[in-house]
Design a protein around this ligand. Structure first.
Ligand code: NAD
Length: 355
């Protein structure tokens, strides 16, 4: 698969990626190489990755416990300390080998250590391949507030090897799929329709669909790297989705939702908002709702859940001047940004979701 050019960095696929990585390491005078992994990618991905790596550099592995709960500043402090103890300097390079938690956190650690060292993302989940590793957003959560602290800073390159997906659990694959479906809904109707035509979701042969998803995300980011306009379209489903994800994370009587599971509900709810504003037809709304509900389990909301979820919307990073802003689809395959919606309509959206 051909490499994709992002803003100032390439995204390489499969074998080409290892070749590009090894050439890059040879041609640049790095002092040390660090690989950041979590406890799962240490077990499942590092043994696959290391045999491809050709370098004379000394290699240090830095591992932290897997899970969103560890995507916080305490983990960063631990890693900054380890880097210091292991003699990392400004000529060091960091490879982030893992899902979105590792690439988000590792990118932030690298961007801030000694005011910034070079880093490369090697995403190992579907979600991190098609979304988290592309676009330069790095960061950590602050308590239950997602991605509250972070920087926009691009990696030296991204290396996507779809072989890593062999060990990713099915629910995590479905989580990543939500972002691919979003890419179709906001940008490319034909791409969305490819998913409708699939008889069953079979991830074994997903390389082409992954490639197109990366292309879409990259095309959007290239047009608007700092999220002034069209990049906001990527937030479709995320305004309500993030609030729901945060609410379920902080409530011990709720099962924690995977990122994509929350985004899938967010996309159904926000499609309802688009329907209310006459931005999509009832046929389009029904197609989106039916398709997403067939893939993702229903989430049960109690009446008492809704107010705290609406409260959380206030903290959304996408808000400007205190008003909650949505990016809503405007027909399948295009988007209208900066849309405000009354709370009553959001309540209607939750009621309709249950039906
Ligand atoms: P994750 O990194 O937690 O990975 C999910 C689980 O899969 C973890 O337990 C992980 O250890 C495990 N895992 C990873 N690779 C594996 C493999 N190859 N085999 C077996 N297990 C493996 O979560 P994620 O879904 O990859 O990413 C979610 C994160 O990404 C969230 O924190 C979200 O905020 C962030 N994100 C960032 C952006 C961005 O633009 N920066 C975009 C979307 C999402």
């Amino acid at each position: 698969m051909q490499s994709i050019q992002a803003n100032n960095y390439p995204i390489h696929f499969n074998e080409n990626g290892y070749e590009a990585l090894n050439i890059h390491l040879k041609e640049n005078n790095y002092s040390k190489l660090f690989i950041i992994v979590d406890s799962n990618t240490n077990d499942f991905c590092l043994p696959k990755f290391l045999p491809y790596l050709e370098t004379e550099l000394s290699i240090e592995i830095i591992e932290f416990d897997a899970g969103e709960i560890n995507k916080n500043i305490d983990t960063c402090v631990e890693i900054w300390k380890v880097l210091t103890e292991l003699g990392a300097d400004r000529k060091s390079i960091i490879l982030n080998l893992g899902g979105g938690v590792v690439t988000d956190l590792g990118g932030f650690v690298a961007s801030t250590f000694k005011r910034g060292v070079t880093f490369i993302h090697i995403p190992t989940t579907l979600l991190s391949m098609v979304d988290a590793s592309v676009g330069g957003k790095n960061g950590v959560d602050l308590g239950n507030l997602k991605n509250q602290i972070g920087v926009i800073n691009v990696p030296e390159m991204v290396l996507i090897d779809t072989q890593f997906l062999e060990t990713v659990p099915q629910n995590e694959m479905r989580s990543g799929l939500a972002e691919m479906l979003k890419h179709g809904l906001i940008y490319d109707k034909k791409y969305w329709e490819q998913f409708l035509e699939l008889k069953a979701i079979d991830f074994a042969d997903f390389d082409e669909l992954i490639y197109r998803s990366v292309e879409i995300k990259n095309e959007i980011v290239l047009q608007d790297p700092t999220e002034k306009n069209i990049r906001k379209s990527l937030n479709f489903g995320h305004t309500l989705g993030h609030a729901i994800e945060s609410y379920f994370l902080e409530n011990s009587n709720k099962t924690t939702l995977l990122h994509g599971e929350a985004i899938a509900v967010g996309m159904i709810l926000e499609s309802y908002l688009a329907l209310h504003k006459n931005l999509i037809s009832i046929t389009e709304y029904s197609q989106i709702k039916t398709t997403l509900k067939a893939i993702y389990d229903d989430i049960v909301f109690e009446v008492s859940d809704i107010d705290p979820i609406l409260e959380l919307l206030i903290h959304d990073k996408k808000n400007e001047y205190g008003t909650i802003q949505f990016a809503l689809i405007h027909g399948i395959g295009s988007i209208k940004i900066n849309q405000s919606v009354e709370n009553e309509v959001i309540l209607d959206a939750f009621n309709d979701y249950k039906l």
